[in-house]
Write a protein that binds this ligand. Sequence first.
Ligand code: F6R
Length: 261
Amino acid sequence: MRVIILDSAKDVAQFAANTIIDTVNRKMRPTLGLATGSTPIEAYRAVIDAYKTNRVSFAQTVTFNLDEYIGIKEEHVQSYRYFMNQHLFNHIDIPLSNTFLPGAASLNEAQLHKNAHQYEEAIKKAGGIDLQLLGIGKNGHIGFNEPTSSLRSRTRIKSLSESTIEANKRLFKNGEYQPRLALTMGIETILESRQLLLLATGSTKANAVKDMVEGPLTAMCPASALQLHQDATIVIDSEAADKLVMKDYYLWCEQQRQDLE
Ligand code: F6R
């Protein structure tokens, strides 16, 4: 695991944007795995800026999002499809037909299983994911793989935990229906991406970051599964790094790397 500690959330966003841009510019037909939530919004803004100043084109890019709420139609303002269109896709030159989220609008279980399977197949058909962007929940979830998720899980239905429902409450208006189920890529699906980039900012993520990086590999902290990946980078601001016991070592490692580069 490479742990990069930067001064501010803005630096984290710029780092993430640069990594996305480099990947897209390097590949003929890049495949990105994307996340929603508050954390990547600034990074998406920086990506849009890069597109508008002709530093990158997404005309050949294919994207797969980590998750989508079950029972919410794509056009609904709370859907992750709506989020992605609003925060990224509508502002860059990616054909919308190249952007995929798990098909979760149905409430029919058999249909959802079928959609989950098709999502896995679509990722395979696209040649796998080159770069998967991730956030982390306060409880250590990645995607909607809540604590106790199987480390071998694949795209499937997950019940959101109370802590996730509580954390995401802020995004729903008073009285607005808040889904409790989602279709999410599994932990094994995520680990199959060739490169992982997890972003975390702010003190509310400090415990989860510590468990992910320095805790045991355990389904109680799904993000700890990143310890198994050969190319996983964790980019965090100083607040999110606050509980790391080996913080000085990670900073030292990055200094040494700069000498190499
Ligand atoms: C969203 C997702 C979630 C979020 C996590 C952090 O697609 O996969 O795992 O990354 O809940 O959310 P924020 O960034 O809002 O703190």
